[in-house]
Design a protein around this ligand. Structure first.
Ligand code: UDP
Ligand code: GLC
Length: 384
């Protein structure tokens, strides 16, 4: 049987969790698929380096900038641009059999012509459709379009699925497929590499707390800065960057808090790293600080596969990854003193930390591997 041609679509050019998930999927199907991006950037480079065919179709800035905070009138003003782009990509859609929208904006742009040309349309919902992130109008539009046009809606957690159905989403179309992570990147790291990296960063003689996330207010990195004065023997490394324009302001605020609290010596902002494995392995504990429910949280699984104890905010998809006390520790969302308590518990009890790490590793390998994710996609979505 001739394999069907897939068009994967994503609207950003930067590398976030949704893009890394798409990277693994499109890599598996690379011999008969293309990735359509609406913005050029490092994501295009990463895909092309791995021989994945990419088409970049730059979208006008005002469409990319539509956000929860944007005014209703602004949202209306972008409609002509959306229609124009929709028409201009119709020929690309026509050449494929399956259209796979990896983001909400890309779904809006491909939905009409996917239906018009009778293509199978799949939507991968990576976000929780909640009021903290998206306006009521936005949530309704996305849900209605998904219900009407998609054959399957992949959700990255039960928590994301619930947010979709809370907005009127059709449960019958949702398929839960957890993100998969490649464990090999961590397994190949030797103790000598870890020692060398610590020396390079000047962090050989202290506890290292790692925080790996793009810098954004809802990711809550400030909680770790609030916690540090109560953790005198610890140094924090922040790995990640402000990926979207308006988040730069929060990054500046984090640097200001660091100065105000006199933490310069104990806080390192390392920026975005394309390879996080070694940096994770130098940590004694990894914290995940989101103050708004996280849809899934790839970094938590990565920490588990790196065999580093992980402490995370008790909300959203995180609760499907960590069983408190067994495969990690959970703290009250937004509560830095509860987080301090959990960090101390892990750092002061080597035996417990060891048990948690082993349980977490076995669980992550069983439940969240790339191979498992691809198997699920083959069985439930693509059927090839
Ligand atoms: N990440 C990375 N480099 C960085 C910071 C993060 O490659 O400097 C990766 C991280 O390893 C994870 C992804 O970005 O795979 C973030 O995904 P997650 O689901 O945790 O959060 P998102 O940013 O997608 O909300
Ligand atoms: C989104 C979510 C994150 C999830 C990732 C991959 O970026 O914010 O929680 O892990 O997609 O599905």
């Amino acid at each position: 049987m001739k394999k069907q041609k897939i068009l994967f679509v994503d609207h950003v050019g930067v590398i976030g969790g949704a893009e890394l998930c798409l990277f693994d999927i499109s890599r598996y199907y690379s011999s008969h698929s293309s990735v359509l991006l609406f913005e050029d950037g490092p994501f295009r480079e990463k895909l092309e380096k791995n021989n994945i065919h990419v088409i970049v179709f730059p979208l006008s800035k005002n469409v990319l900038q539509v956000r929860k905070e944007s005014h209703f009138v602004f949202d209306l003003l972008v409609i002509p641009n959306i229609i124009k782009t929709t028409f201009r990509i119709r020929k690309i859609i026509a050449k494929h059999d399956i259209i796979y929208a990896n983001t909400q904006k890309s779904l809006i742009l491909v939905a009409f012509f996917s239906v018009f040309f009778r293509k199978k349309l799949i939507f991968h919902l990576h976000d929780k459709l909640n009021a903290e992130h998206f306006s009521f109008l936005h949530r309704k539009i996305v849900t209605i379009i998904a219900n009407l046009t998609c054959s399957d809606i992949i959700v990255n957690s039960k928590s994301t699925a619930n947010s979709f159905s809370d907005n009127g989403g059709n449960d019958k179309k949702t398929k839960l497929i957890y993100n998969g992570i490649d464990p090999e990147q961590f397994q190949k790291i030797e103790i000598a590499d870890i020692i060398k990296e610590k020396q390079k960063l000047g962090l050989s003689n202290q506890w290292i707390i790692g925080c790996f996330s793009r810098i954004a207010p809802w990711k809550g990195q400030h909680l770790l800065l609030e916690a540090l004065p109560s953790l005198p023997n610890c140094t924090a490394i922040f790995v990640g960057d402000a990926l979207f324009g308006e988040e730069a302001e929060y990054f500046n605020r984090l640097k200001e808090i660091t100065r105000e609290k006199g933490l310069n010596e104990r806080v390192h902002f390392l920026g975005f790293k394309s390879d996080i494995a070694l940096l994770m392995k130098i940590c004694n504990v990894i914290v995940h600080t989101s103050i708004v429910a996280e849809p899934f949280g790839r970094v938590i699984v990565e920490a588990m596969m790196a065999k580093v104890p992980v402490i995370a905010s008790n909300e959203g998809g995180v609760k499907e990854i960590i069983e408190h006390g067994k495969s990690g520790l959970l703290f009250k969302p937004g509560d830095s003193s509860d987080m301090v308590g959990m960090i101390k518990k892990i750092l002061e009890d080597e035996q417990r930390s060891h048990e948690v790490v082993n349980n977490a590793y076995n669980w992550a390998i069983k439940k969240f591997s790339v191979l498992g994710m691809i198997e699920n996609l083959k069985n439930h979505i693509f059927h090839f």
